[in-house]
Write a protein that binds this ligand. Structure first.
Ligand SMILES: *Cc1c(COP(=O)(O)O)cnc(C)c1O
Length: 441
């Protein structure tokens, strides 16, 4: 790869201007490169598997906007659908056929999705699903797992308390303690903790919310038995199981993680891919539960731009192409190739590490030992080693999300040649990580 920019002058200048207007110059924190150092690249445009920054440098993109772009940047059919819809009006505040088109595809593909409602982000989807679960069960408590991210709604922006049965504490300033105290945070991969909490508080728990394949603190693939136990215990105590499939929905196949594990949740939340790059979220599931939403029921939920026609068109087109072109099967093969290549490169370097992959999601973890299932098994050294790796890859025209805790995303636009070139760059970049070989500088 020799597509690297010789300069970051324009990005640096734009970053300086942005910082005078927008906190840290970014509209979402991880984009600021704080964890890896260096200048955030200001992206001028995207094209297939690549982004081109304001200095004219082209990067093979493995961040893919953190998930929505499973077809790659500016897919011609998606762009056509968006422009076609836009010409007919940007928003109506009245129902349109485009919501039905996307809902039909989702309901047909995802297990036991009987009703679905659209919102504008993943955060909103989870927030609404949790409120619905509380309204439906008449209970207040919610269980989440340490290492799962569900957006930035107050009651889920919390960290574990000091013991299993102690309530969570806010993980952000501005979250009232009283909100956090409605949430219990459990470790992943631990049936005993789950059972203990339900034995003690089961009658007060409205819902368990979980990323079935946790992909927001690295990629913490769970054992089937653990997820099965979560399903059993929630059913036994009359709590709802909410699968947060904002990343995994329509990524691990059309049936998401529910299809992959053969486990049906009561409610599921979606985002990212179902918007095809536009701001969309959705939640849905059991009809009897979903019919508690206003105006049918007493759980209030609304949105001025919900079901936006332009966004619906992007999402519906994306799902149609995924199915029509058997994209998941194709990406799986490319994923195997990437995984094997990265493993090979790691094994010939002296940098400790492992590669975790699930379908088009992958994670490079620079620490010794087996892939972790819990967030507390990720060691600080891994993040320290990641920063020079990130910089060296960027210099070779490979764009990874700027944090050791973010996963990589493959898209239908990445080719075998892209993958091979990335592996070669990775092999070189590892030499810049301590222990990776001759110190270059
Ligand atoms: C991205 C994400 C969210 C939040 O979605 P936004 O659209 O960023 O609000 C929620 N849950 C999971 C699992 C996610 O990956």
């Amino acid at each position: 790869m020799s597509t690297e920019a010789t300069t970051t002058a324009r990005s640096t200048e734009l970053y300086r201007r942005a910082c005078e207007l927008i906190p840290a110059g970014v509209s979402s924190p991880v984009r600021a490169f704080k964890a890896v150092g260096g200048t955030p690249r200001f992206v001028a445009r995207g094209e297939g598997a690549r982004i081109i920054d304001e200095d004219g440098a082209s990067y093979l993109d493995y961040c893919m906007s953190f998930g929505p772009l499973i077809l790659g940047h500016a897919h011609p059919e998606v762009v056509d659908a968006v422009t076609g819809a836009a010409k007919e009006g940007l928003t109506f505040g009245a129902p349109s056929r485009r919501e039905i088109a996307l809902a039909e595809r989702m309901v047909a593909a995802y297990p036991a999705l009987e009703r679905v409602r659209f919102v504008s982000s993943g955060t909103e989807a989870v927030m609404s699903a949790v409120r619905l679960a509380r309204g439906f069960t008449g209970r207040d408590l919610v269980v989440k797992f340490d290492g799962c991210y569900h957006g930035h709604a107050d009651h889920l922006l919390v960290a574990a308390g000091s013991g299993l049965l102690t309530f969570a504490s806010p993980s952000s300033a501005g979250v009232p303690k009283a909100f956090a105290e409605k949430t219990l945070v459990l470790p992943l991969d631990d049936e005993e903790a789950l059972e203990t909490v339900f034995r003690e508080r089961g009658g007060e728990i409205a819902a368990v919310v979980i990323e079935p394949v946790p992909a927001n603190a690295g990629l913490l693939v769970q054992r089937d038995e653990f997820l099965e136990r979560v399903r059993e215990v929630t059913a036994q105590y009359g709590a709802l199981l909410i699968f947060d499939e904002v990343i995994t929905g329509f990524r691990l196949g059309m049936a998401g993680a529910a299809g992959d594990f053969g486990i049906t949740p009561d409610l599921a939340t979606f985002g990212k891919i179902i918007g095809g790059g536009m701001p969309v979220g959705a939640f849905g599931g059991r009809k009897d539960v979903m019919e508690r939403i206003a105006p049918l029921g007493d759980v209030y939920q609304a949105g001025t731009l919900s079901g936006n026609p332009v966004a619906m068109a992007a999402g519906e087109t994306t799902l149609r192409i995924l199915e029509r072109d058997r994209i998941h099967e194709k990406i799986e093969l490319r994923g195997e190739r990437l995984e094997a290549g990265l493993r090979r490169a790691l094994s010939t370097s002296r940098v400790p590490g492992c590669v975790v992959r699930k379908a088009s999601l992958f994670w490079i973890l620079l620490q010794a030992g087996p892939p972790p299932r819990r967030v507390d098994s990720i060691r600080k050294e891994a993040a320290i080693r990641f920063a020079p790796l990130h910089a060296a890859l960027l210099g070779r025209g490979i764009y990874l999300a700027p944090s050791a805790y973010e996963v990589g995303f493959l898209s239908a636009a990445h080719t075998d040649e892209d993958v091979d070139a990335s592996v070669a760059s990775f092999e070189e970049a590892l030499r810049h990580v301590e222990g990776g070989g001759e110190e270059i500088e």
